[in-house]
Ligand binder design. Sequence first.
Ligand SMILES: Nc1nc2c(c(=O)[nH]1)N[C@H]1C(S)=C(S)[C@@H](COP(=O)(O)OP(=O)(O)OC[C@H]3O[C@@H](n4cnc5c(N)ncnc54)[C@H](O)[C@@H]3O)O[C@H]1N2
Ligand code: MOO
Ligand SMILES: [Mg+2]
Length: 427
Amino acid sequence: MLSVSDAEAIILNLVQPLDHQRDTEIVDLFTADSRILATPVTSPLDFPHWDNSAMDGYAVRYEDVQHSSTEKPTVLEIVEDIPAGYQPKSTIQPGQAARIFTGAVIPAGADTVVMQEKTSRQENRVFILDTPKPQGFVRYKASFYQAGTQLLPAGIKLNASEIAVLAAAQCPQLSVYRRPRVAIFSTGDELMTIDQPLQPGQIVDSNLYALAALVRQSGAEPLILGIVKDDPVALEKAIAHAIAIADIVLSSGGVSVGDYDYVDKILESLKAKIHIQAVEMRPGKPLTVATFPSTDAIYPTEAMNRVSTNSPLYFGLPGNPAAVLVTFWRFVLPAIKKLSGIAEGWETVFLKVRSHDELRSDGKRETYLWGKLHLIDGVYEFHKASGSNSSGNLINLAQTNALAVLPMGKTLISPLEDVQVLQLSNG
Ligand SMILES: Nc1nc2c(c(=O)[nH]1)N[C@H]1C(S)=C(S)[C@@H](COP(=O)(O)OP(=O)(O)OC[C@H]3O[C@@H](n4cnc5c(N)ncnc54)[C@H](O)[C@@H]3O)O[C@H]1N2
Ligand code: MOO
Ligand SMILES: [Mg+2]
């Protein structure tokens, strides 16, 4: 059986990122947050655009004020008032200064700003009471960014700071990757939609809701295809349709060894290449990952509707509700990140934190235990969810925000011992 990290590497290897020309759209900067930039941005503007003052005070020639003190102030004549937004008209001559405000243009001739608190004023004369640093409080043209060089690279997620940079660089619209399309369906004769009355043996299809939420949180677009019966014909039709409309397909259930677990058999009959069938992890052992090298030949009608020229990546997630969530976080999320055009950092990252509780595993599979990270005196501590860690139990997954990981062979983590955790974005 494959180790979890080998499975992640295989999956990431299979993912073809969206195309930086074909798979893009133009969005308004106000709606661009969390989108992935598709084209590098350069600006014709320097930052700052011109030398400007970092303080309210006086623009001076350093030469004039280099021996100033409270006892021996330098006295300068104020020749101009320069608020922010104005272009100075005068050139500061020896013995002169300009009144200046934060963000205003430094006048020609001046090279240093003295903050207001280090001065005193008498009509049009200013007394410099302290020697400033040469070039002090001047924000020089192009000292933050030089026009024509790369301002932002492609493949980054746009958060508030990047959006502020793009606004300052006068980019009201930009090219971002389209959202990856992720088709989701559930398999099982026992599954009912949320609004149906339940007969004995029946349960609500909760995986569909969980996966739709996870996909949306990842920045992708969920295509919700509903419930498919444990019936080979229905399943084949559903898979063929899903791979025609999506970049990634997520099914849940039907990947174990039971008589009604048809997913792998149907994938084989569709000539899919199955890369993964089981992973050494708990929960989440039966996990199927497949690609479709030649879908167009098998399903010409569906192929006409294809939205992507990439081969779709198929995840047959195990049906148990906890297994669905854990395998999504551990394997599907990195795949969506790489697909979405993010240039790097797709792999799962772990934090080392202190465990509050005793954590146990049989040591036979890499074990994921759900719980909550609490901040104790500024240090994260992992508290295991109380109740059953059965992969069929979804109730105590609510209100958790982390998964603690016990590697293969590790059977015990004692209270106050360090543990690796995967921090979940739903915290
Ligand atoms: N003989 C073996 N049996 C099982 C093994 C094994 O190695 N040998 N593995 C177990 C593990 S681990 C898991 S995980 C499950 C995976 O099973 P399947 O992927 O085949 O899923 P199902 O059998 O269809 O369902 C399992 C379980 O999950 C419930 N379920 C399914 N879909 C949904 C849904 N959409 N919403 C809510 N709950 C769902 C289903 O009712 C079952 O209880 O196999 C073990 N068995
Ligand atoms: O993967 Mo299964 O979830 O261990 O029950
Ligand atoms: Mg099964």
